[in-house]
Design a protein around this ligand. Structure first.
Ligand code: UDX
Length: 458
């Protein structure tokens, strides 16, 4: 029997930190590498550098067991490992929709240069199709003579907030461009999920790269589809939430990702569809470009829609009006505010002269770093005290389970815009609020006529 492969994980962001901890949990010796010494110190002490349920425990347990270590020294990590996972970021380039590949290229070159024995390089980062082939050339160029190395792709589909579960119990595993030997190594590493029934799809390199971005593009399309229909619902007096429930019973459609509202944000969906748009254009695949452009436009239009509703609710201007904003994270159960629709809307209202007070149960610090000039509160009650308008922009449980009667006593204006269609509108209306939802006829809402008038006519 071959000894268990030792693992290095390059990059310890959301993806890398979770992957490293999960691989250690499966019993492998893992070393995580990052160029940021502060992050490495935190991880060594068993702390996750961001909020992710279950991850700190997983890191602490495996660091304590001696299976999981962290370093800033790539050469040292590569020397003691056999399989090297590339988990660095591929952010959107500034001034372009293209993905910035400098980190993945540096990681592949760095691993290859420092190899002291044969190894397997496994790309996990989300990349434009064709990147793996480019990295293979970089690796071939950099690897010391006499050393045998292979580069394959194994995309990651984890969601923030569910990252640990998604990594330990994935829906599927995709191996791209593997030789028989590399496939056997990956099957050994993922033995546990495979034994529990996780399907494995063995593909060529470009297919494996494209699976990931196509999955994200499909999810984004689903959200923009329901948001486009929400606009029709507003104009026609229909209820998009009920409509989505009815659609969802068709197993070919499914109910997930049909929540209409403020649209998608975060570190993945927006940048990934833009990178795919850019790459498709390079490849001359124009149908995908047109489709994704629409998906992006519909999505950004949702943010404007909430701003328009706020203006309408406050009689045409938000100047000097106090707006209590509930939510800053791009979705609940995370402190991530990258491309957050919630913060985007809060900042736009602030720019129009509103006195914006934001409350988020987890994302205050990350939000404050990005938008230091917004007002921040320590509680929902503080954010709503004296508010002329309340806006719910992230569907945290704390907001959806709040007592509308209690909150009503704190505010000056009793209109609430439900940007995530997450409130029990009937209960809030009964408690004396006027709920403006996204693509839902607001029950008993006096502004129903204004809403219809608001719907854009083209
Ligand atoms: C996403 C993919 O789900 C994941 O598979 C991939 O690996 C990375 O990108 P994540 O960014 O963590 O994961 O968030 P996700 O749960 O997909 O939500 C993305 C955005 O869509 C959020 O802003 C969310 O609020 C929004 N969304 C989601 C909707 O507006 N409506 C929905 O019905 C679902």
């Amino acid at each position: 029997d071959q000894p268990a492969p030792r693992i290095s994980v390059i990059g310890t962001g959301y993806l890398g930190a979770t992957h490293a901890a999960a691989m250690a949990e499966l019993g492998f010796d893992v070393v995580g590498v990052d160029t940021d010494p502060r992050k490495v110190e935190e991880l060594k002490e068993g702390r996750a550098p961001f909020f992710e349920p279950g991850l700190p425990e997983l890191i602490r347990r495996n660091v304590a067991a001696g299976r999981l270590t962290f370093t800033t020294d790539l050469a040292e990590a590569v020397a003691v490992s056999d399989v090297h996972f590339i988990c660095v970021g591929t952010p959107q380039q500034s001034g372009s929709f293209a993905a910035n590949l400098s980190y993945v290229e540096a990681a592949a070159r760095g691993i290859a240069e420092n190899l002291t024995h044969d190894g397997l390089i496994v790309g996990k980062s989300t990349v434009p199709v064709g990147t793996g082939a480019r990295l293979r050339a970089i690796v071939a160029d950099a690897v010391p003579a006499g050393i045998d190395v292979e580069l394959v792709w194994n995309p990651e589909f984890l969601r923030e907030g569910k990252a640990v579960d998604d990594t330990l119990s994935p829906d599927r595993l995709v191996f791209g461009g593997t030789s028989a030997k590399a496939e056997a190594t990956l099957r050994r590493i993922y033995e546990k999920p495979i034994s529990e029934g996780c399907p494995v799809l063995v593909a060529d390199l470009p297919t494996a790269e494209l699976v990931k971005v196509s999955a994200n593009a499909f999810l984004a399309t689903k959200i923009s589809f329901i948001n486009a229909i929400a606009e029709v619902c507003d104009a026609a007096g229909a209820d998009v939430s009920l409509l989505a429930d009815a659609l969802g019973h068709d197993v070919r459609i499914g109910r997930q990702f049909l929540n209409a509202g403020l649209g998608f944000g975060g570190g993945c969906l927006p940048k990934d569809i833009r990178a795919l748009m850019y790459r498709s254009n390079e490849l001359g695949a124009h149908a995908a470009v047109g489709l994704l452009q629409q998906v992006d436009e519909i999505n950004m239009g949702r943010r404007q829609r909430v701003i328009d509703l706020a203006l309408k609710a406050l009689g045409g201007s938000v100047l000097n009006r106090r707006i209590g904003v509930l939510g800053a994270a791009f979705k609940p159960h995370t402190d991530d505010v990258r491309d957050s629709p919630a913060l985007n809307v809060a900042a736009a209202l602030h720019l129009r002269g509103a006195q914006v007070v934001v409350y988020d149960p987890q994302a205050r610090e990350t939000a404050q770093r990005l938008y230091p000039t917004l007002g921040y509160a320590d509680s929902m009650e503080e954010a709503l005290t004296g508010a002329d308008l309340t806006v719910v922009l992230t569907e945290w449980d704390e907001f959806t389970t709040a007592d509308p009667a209690g909150l009503r006593e704190l505010v000056r204006g009793r209109t609430v815009i439900d940007g995530r269609n997450c409130l029990d509108a009937a209960a809030w209306n009964r408690a004396g609020w006027s709920v403006l939802a996204m693509g839902t006829v607001p029950e008993l809402a006096p502004l129903a006529d204004d809403l219809a008038a608001l719907a854009p006519v083209r």
